[in-house]
Design a binder for this molecule. Structure first.
Ligand code: KG4
Ligand code: ZN
Length: 338
């Protein structure tokens, strides 16, 4: 099988990657739109779609160049079909369908969450099953028991805000730039994690559900009482906020691993780039004897290599999409775009 071309445009990254039949990344490019949205304090959907339209030709050309290939060397086209912002998804998916149709190549629309789930296994032949996956991103917080490609049991998810939103909304209340997770991570270095005892939502709920909206309220109240902290106090605030998020994510994952008798744990999604979260999971892996698979940092946040890799796993099973495949903004993990 020839390498495949993968495209990701579900939110505010325009990304393309070329993946070999054995799972290796031959070339990849991620063009972030952070600078375009920062002035608005978050992603503006219509602006994001327009930025994708402007960037996609160049991003694909650059990914092919890095792979040392031209379009004649490509055997299939895959693109994110959902979940995501509908206008953004349509740019990448239509572009991919146009290319596939024009060159007579197979097309496959991929579930963005499945891309995240398998990101730690990029560059390997195939993932090891079963595993417990924690997907933590700007839109999702999900604990998943993965038994095979397409065979997932969702054992817990957030009732309100996602872990990434908890970082982003907290950061916004502190006047930090979007995306807040990165700013909080940086400021938390050298901060006191025990300085403020922020609430741990649903910690004792007896299930694997999450809730982060109370944390956002606690951050707001703290800022209203004491003002926006500066200097060391800001570092302490960020370290404490981060610890409240990390603590809940780790404790619930630990319990789920025990209850389900799983020793292989996957940590992935944009928030998995967080230094403290990675360190806490590595410590837990030592203590519990887990084999821990963290996505590489540049494969935690949105990228096309993860879409290409998940696409490859499904193309190998003979799966294909119709050229009329539609964007599916509300897709859940386990659902396939149609
Ligand atoms: O996976 P992703 O790129 O996009 C979605 O599919 O949502 O995740 C973006 C999220 C944002 O909320 C961002 O603040 C968060 O990941 N994030 C981080 C870090 N880097 C990105 N959160 C905490 N620490 C980081 N280092
Ligand atoms: Zn994502």
């Amino acid at each position: 099988m020839k390498p495949l071309l993968a495209i990701e445009t579900s939110c505010d990254e325009t990304a393309a990657a070329v993946i070999a039949a054995d799972g290796r990344v031959l070339g990849e490019v991620v063009r972030s739109q952070i600078d375009d949205h920062q002035v608005f304090g978050g992603v503006v959907p219509e602006l994001a779609s327009r930025c994708h339209t402007e960037a996609i030709d160049g991003v694909v050309a650059q990914a092919l160049e890095r792979a040392g290939l031209d379009l004649d060397g490509i055997g299939a086209v895959v693109a994110t079909g959902g979940p995501g912002l509908v206008g953004c998804l349509l740019v990448g998916l239509s572009w991919a369908a146009g290319l596939a149709l024009g060159r007579g190549l197979p097309l496959l629309a991929v579930n963005h969450l499945e891309g995240h789930l398998f990101a730690p296994f990029i560059n390997t032949e195939s993932p090891d099953f079963p595993f417990l996956g924690l997907i933590v991103s700007g839109g999702h917080t999900e604990l998943v028991l993965a038994k095979g490609v397409g065979d997932y049991e969702l054992i817990g998810a957030t009732r309100d805000d996602a872990a990434g939103e908890a970082f982003d909304k907290g950061a916004r209340l502190l006047g930090l730039p979007y995306p807040g997770g990165i700013a909080v991570d940086r400021l938390a270095q050298g901060g006191d994690r025990a300085a403020i005892d922020f609430p741990r939502g649903m910690l004792h709920s007896g299930d694997f559900e999450f809730s982060f909206s109370g944390l956002k309220t606690a951050v707001r109240q703290q800022v209203e009482r004491g003002g926006v902290p500066e200097g060391q106090a800001l570092s302490d605030f960020c370290a404490s906020l981060q610890e409240a998020i990390v603590d809940v994510l780790l404790r619930k994952t630990r319990k789920a691993a025990k209850v389900h008798g799983i020793q292989r744990v996957v940590l992935t999604g944009g928030v998995a780039a967080n230094s403290r979260l990675r360190a806490a999971f590595e410590e837990a892996a030592q203590a519990e004897g887990w084999s821990l698979h963290c996505a590489a940092r540049h494969h935690c946040t949105d990228n096309a290599a993860m879409i290409g890799y998940a696409g490859l796993l499904r193309l190998r099973r003979g799966e294909r999409s119709s050229m009329a495949v539609d964007a599916s903004p509300g897709l859940s993990l386990g659902e396939v775009p149609t």
